[in-house]
Every structure is written in structure tokens, then in C-alpha cells.
Design a protein around this ligand. Structure first.
Ligand code: ADP
Length: 400
């Protein structure tokens, strides 16, 4: 008999969900409700082996969205009793310095997620909306918060502190938190399995390259450095975010270019990165444009690769001995050219790609046999990781 967890990722106007079989790792159902609160809502429910349900309808709020999901589960399955629903897992973006692991949600946890809203104003309030609506929709089940930041709380002070006045940093909780933690945790653990070594013995650099992108140095299963910072704006070049930039640019844009703080926020978070440099934030389009000879697209790819290479070099230095580099997420899993460009010229550091393996598909080693450091593609599985953390908390394996 299967055991399942319902995994929820709530945004301000969207709700993404997946019912995960925690033993097989299969998605038993999944869906996405977009444009909640608008007149043009779209709701999709997918059950493997059945035609997708797609409805255009007004969905006024998150509770209404959950009502729709329950009706789809009733009508199209799977039956929640039959799949033994263990609990509900909620992705929460910012867990601050408080949450270093997944926790059962109670009033105190809700309050603390709310208290962290100033650090993640776009995400935590939306995550909370999802939690409150789900508590009303699925009463009687344990609800668990799984934080994007939790995995990174092991990063030592020398790496997580910024070199600013300590009083200001403490008062405003300014430090590196890091994000994509569930993905980095899943991939680094999977990497140890693939190498056939205990997690404690493996040092990995994980490159999570999706619309948002971050790199993490993982020593023996613990995050010791990551590229995102207090917010997800720092580090690598992303779909619409600039990644690292001299903070002085912000003062310049304000004082000399006359932009307001909100305009600069929008510029760096929503109109920069691939989009700002090329006009599209989608890596496939950027690659096509570069192949077609459009110079700004190839320049953008050079900037992406340069930033990645520098990050890999820094993390090799932080880790000392490095066993593996793992690429994951949309670009990391699918773009052979980005992987090749990111690691080009690192042969003297023991990193040699095999072009044929790099051009393949799926979970696999892509380094050459002679590469001292193995390079892999490891598809991420954030929902599965959340589901497993929920199951471990609410239904730990019994010791008999
Ligand atoms: P998100 O961070 O939104 O979860 P994904 O992990 O799905 O994003 O990654 C989206 C990115 O992956 C997009 O830039 C997309 O163009 C890119 N991508 C997907 N497939 C390919 C591919 N075959 N080649 C290059 N880039 C790809």
C-alpha cells in the first residue's frame, strides 16, 4: 500500500501542488492554478495515464483554489484514503536563522513565518496564505513547513556574515540565508548515492540552474557556502535577475540615473539577467539566438559561463577535496552548451567533460573517465524531497 504526501507551493496568485508517493517517489497527481484573484484564472490537474483537466475559470482566492483541487481529486482520483495521505508539506521560502529543518505547523510556527515576512515580502505572505487555506481544506492532517533556507543554516559565520556594521546586521537580520535548499539537499544526497559513498564522505558542488539559479558547496551533506544571499538576487546570472552586482551601482542608479528604489528593485529582479541582456529570459531562446549569430545572445552566454566558472573555482577552494559537480534544474539538466561553457578550461583542476556523455539525457555522469572530479547531471526532485521530509517527521520508520 502506498503512503503519500500532498506538497504545496503557494505563490501570491498561484498554487502548485503534487501528491507524491513517498515510497516510489512517483507523482500520483499534480496541478497548477494560476492567476488566482483575476478574471482569467487557469486551473490544471494531471493524473498519470488520464487526460489532463484544464479549466479556465475565476478562482477568487487560495481557499477557493483548494476547493477546486479537492473536487478534482474526488472526480478523477486518486482517493486520498487509498493512497494513505500522511500529511501536507508546504514550501516556505524564508525560514530565517530560526528553522534549520522541517517543522510541524502550529500557531507559533505560523507567527514566526509571518515575522520573517520583511525578509521575503514577495514570498512568505503568499506561502502563509497557502498554509492558512490548506489548514482549512485539510483539517485533521499534520501540516509541515519545509524551508528553502533551512539546508543552508550550516554555513559557517565567515561565509554567511556580510562585512557590515554588526549592530545594523543584527538589528535587521542581514546575513546570507541562501535558497533552493531542498534542491541542493536532494541533489547532494543523491550524488553520494550515485558515487556509492556515505554522505559524510562526499564533497559536492551543486549547480541549480533554472529561472532562478544558485550554486552550493556541500561538505559531507552539509551546506558550507551558497551563492544566493539574504535574498535570491545574489550570485549567478538568472532568467530575470542580475545576480552579483557592485552595490554601488544601486546608489548610482538612484543618484545619477534618478531611479527610485522600487524601480531599481524591478530592474535588478525582473528586467535583468538573460532577459535584460537579450530580450528573453528563456535559455532555450537565448541559445537559439546565439546559434543564429545574434551577438548580444552569445555575449550573455559568455557572462553566464564566466560567473559559473568563477563560482566553481571559488567552491573548489572552499571545499578543498571535491568529489563531484552536479548540474540540476531546467538549464543544468538540459543545456549541454551551458554545462560545457561553464567548465571549459578547468582541465588543469581535474575537471574534464566527455562531450558524448554531456550531449546525452537523464541522470548520468558526464565527465570523462580521466576526470579527477566527477561531473554529473542529477535531475532535481524538490517535491519528492519535501514529501520525504514530511514523512520522516510525521511517520518516522518504526524501530522494532
Ligand atoms: P524554475 O526555476 O522556474 O523552476 P526551471 O528549472 O524549469 O525553472 O528552468 C527553466 C529554464 O530552463 C529556462 O531558462 C529554460 O529555457 C531552461 N531550459 C529548459 N529546457 C532547456 C533546454 N533543452 N536547453 C536549454 N535550456 C533549457
Amino acid at each position: 500500500m502506498s503512503r503519500s504526501v500532498f506538497v504545496i507551493n503557494a505563490g501570491s496568485s498561484s498554487l502548485k501542488y503534487q501528491l507524491v508517493d513517498v515510497d516510489s517517489g512517483d507523482a500520483l497527481a499534480s496541478g497548477l492554478i494560476e492567476r488566482i484573484g483575476e478574471t482569467t484564472g487557469v486551473a490544471t490537474h494531471e493524473v498519470p495515464g488520464q487526460p489532463d483537466i484544464v479549466e479556465q475559470r475565476v478562482i477568487s482566492d487560495h481557499e477557493h483554489a483548494f476547493g477546486w483541487v479537492l473536487r478534482q481529486l474526488d472526480a478523477h482520483g486518486p482517493d486520498l484514503d487509498a493512497v494513505q495521505l500522511l500529511g501536507i508539506g508546504h514550501r516556505v521560502v524564508q525560514g530565517g536563522a530560526r528553522f534549520d529543518r522541517a517543522v510541524l505547523i502550529d500557531d507559533d510556527v505560523v507567527q514566526q513565518i509571518d515575522d520573517l515576512a520583511p525578509l521575503a515580502p514577495l514570498h512568505n505572505p503568499a506561502n502563509l496564505q497557502g498554509i492558512r487555506s490548506a489548514l482549512a481544506t485539510f483539517p485533521g492532517f499534520p501540516h509541515v513547513a519545509v524551508f528553502d533556507t533551512a539546508f543552508h543554516l550550516t554555513i559557517p559565520p565567515a561565509a554567511h556574515r556580510y562585512a557590515i556594521e554588526g549592530r545594523v546586521a543584527a538589528e535587521h537580520r542581514i546575513r546570507k540565508y541562501g535558497f533552493h535548499g531542498t534542491s541542493h539537499q536532494y541533489v547532494s544526497r543523491r550524488m553520494a548515492e550515485l558515487l556509492g559513498k556515505p554522505l559524510e564522505a562526499v564533497n559536492t558542488i551543486v549547480l541549480h540552474l533554472g529561472n532562478g539559479a544558485s550554486a552550493t558547496a556541500v561538505r559531507g551533506g552539509r551546506s558550507v557556502e551558497t551563492s544566493m544571499g539574504m535574498t535570491p538576487l545574489a550570485g549567478l546570472v538568472m532568467g530575470t535577475r542580475s545576480g552579483d552586482i557592485d552595490p554601488g551601482v544601486i546608489f548610482h542608479l538612484h543618484r545619477v540615473a534618478g531611479m527610485s528604489i522600487d524601480e531599481i528593485d524591478t530592474l535588478l529582479n525582473k528586467r535583468s539577467g538573460l532577459l535584460g541582456m537579450t530580450g528573453t529570459g528563456d535559455m532555450r531562446d537565448v541559445q537559439q539566438a546565439a546559434d543564429a549569430g545574434i551577438e548580444r545572445a552569445s555575449e550573455a552566454l559568455d557572462i553566464v559561463a564566466h560567473r559559473l566558472r568563477g563560482t566553481v573555482g571559488a567552491y573548489l577552494a572552499h571545499l578543498g577535496r571535491t568529489d563531484a559537480i552536479a548540474f540540476t534544474a531546467g538549464i543544468g539538466e538540459n543545456s549541454a552548451p551551458v554545462r560545457a561553457a561553464a567548465l571549459a578550461g578547468l582541465e588543469s583542476l581535474g575537471i574534464v567533460l566527455d562531450p558524448v556523455r554531456n550531449a546525452g539525457r537523464g541522470e548520468r555522469r558526464i565527465s570523462a573517465d580521466e576526470s579527477a572530479i566527477e561531473v554529473w547531471v542529477v535531475p532535481t526532485a524538490e517535491e519528492l524531497e519535501i514529501a520525504r521530509q514530511v514523512a520522516a517527521l510525521v511517520a518516522p520508520p518504526s524501530v522494532e
